[in-house]
Structure formats: structure tokens, C-alpha cells
Design a binder for this molecule. Sequence first.
Ligand SMILES: NC(=O)c1ccc[n+]([C@@H]2O[C@H](COP(=O)([O-])OP(=O)(O)OC[C@H]3O[C@@H](n4cnc5c(N)ncnc54)[C@H](OP(=O)(O)O)[C@@H]3O)[C@@H](O)[C@H]2O)c1
Length: 176
Amino acid sequence: MKAIVVVDKNWGIGRDGGLLVHLPGELRYFKQNTLGKVLIMGRKTLESLPGGKALPGRTTIVLSGDEHYEPKQAEGARTFLCTSFDELMATLLSLEFSENLDLEKDVFVAGGESVYRQFLPYCSEFFVTKIDAAFAADKHFEDLDRLAAGGLMKLTYESETQEENGYTYRFLKYSR
Ligand SMILES: NC(=O)c1ccc[n+]([C@@H]2O[C@H](COP(=O)([O-])OP(=O)(O)OC[C@H]3O[C@@H](n4cnc5c(N)ncnc54)[C@H](OP(=O)(O)O)[C@@H]3O)[C@@H](O)[C@H]2O)c1
């Protein structure tokens, strides 16, 4: 599977339950890469989306320890609730079997911090939007540049610099 994330200079990803900054170009990039795919996200990230609803045109597997939790979803969205890591893996395997899902290509880990941490060992490619600024973040992603320096990761793609809302950022890809 892949992970998709927006980070600041220090690999910060969020603050007070929300994103660090609003970048419309990044939202378009997220949509373009994830439409028709399966997203994995934690209950807190789901609730941080517009209206607290799963996104249209995608299947979202939501993790919550509450077996009675009912994920809200936008029209055209599909959701599954899983109450453990193992149940989520079983759900993916069943989609692989019933819908020909390609686990390598069609599944994106979409946060937040706790979910990225659990699934990092299973991700082979990382779509990272890197903002050239440092925010007072309270949630972070693994520092992939540190892993790259140790030979565990490789930077495979770097876009031109984008500029929006007074911030500059780049779309990067890392692979194991
Ligand atoms: N920059 C980015 O690209 C990006 C992307 C996504 C999110 N974020 C940010 O990340 C922050 C949220 O991250 P977070 O770590 O606080 O929350 P989170 O990972 O989104 O959600 C945590 C919740 O997920 C459930 N959960 C996680 N692992 C589970 C497991 N193995 N089994 C059962 N339930 C499990 C639990 O829900 P229950 O409490 O219901 O049991 C847990 O409280 C926000 O600031 C958000 O904006 C940033």
C-alpha cells in the first residue's frame, strides 16, 4: 500500500485536530491520486474532514475502537468500519478477493498520526507534499529523509516548487 501525507519542514502534519494550512492545490493533488481508490484513516481524521464525512468517489476504511461507531459519508462515498488493525487487514484481503483490489496500487493510508505509525511498515511508496515552513504541530509523520540518509528509503520524485497562499511546497515521492 501507499501513504499520502502533507508535512511541514519538521514532518509536522497537524495541530488541534486539524491540518496545518489550507492549500487548494494540495487538495486537488490528493483527489487526483485517490479517486476510485481505498483510503485508510483513523476516526479523528475522518471527523476532521468537511462535515466529518468520508469523501465521495472513494472507499474509506475507518478505524475506531468503538464497534457502534457509524462513520458519516458524503454522497457517492463508501465506508467500512474496522475496530482493530487485524480486522482492517482482513477487510482489505476480502476486497482483494471480491473486487480485484490491488493492495499495492489501490490502497492509500491517509492518516492521522496514529494510523500512519501503524501502517508505515506496510507502505512501499509515500506521496509526500512538503511545505517549506515550520508550524507548531502537535502531530508528526516519520522523518523519511532520516530513513533515506540511513539507506532505508529513496526519494524517487520531486515536482517543481508550487506557490499558494504565501507558502511554497513540492510534491515528493519516496520508495523503500
Ligand atoms: N497532514 C496530513 O496529511 C494529515 C492527514 C491526516 C490527518 N492529519 C492530522 O492528524 C491529526 C489526527 O491524527 P491522530 O493520530 O490524532 O488521530 P487519527 O489517527 O486520525 O485517529 C485516531 C483514532 O483512530 C482509531 N484507531 C487508530 N488505530 C486504531 C486501531 N488499531 N484499532 C482501532 N481503532 C484505532 C481510534 O479511534 P477511537 O478513539 O474512536 O477508538 C483513535 O482514537 C489531525 O490533526 C489531522 O488533521 C494530517
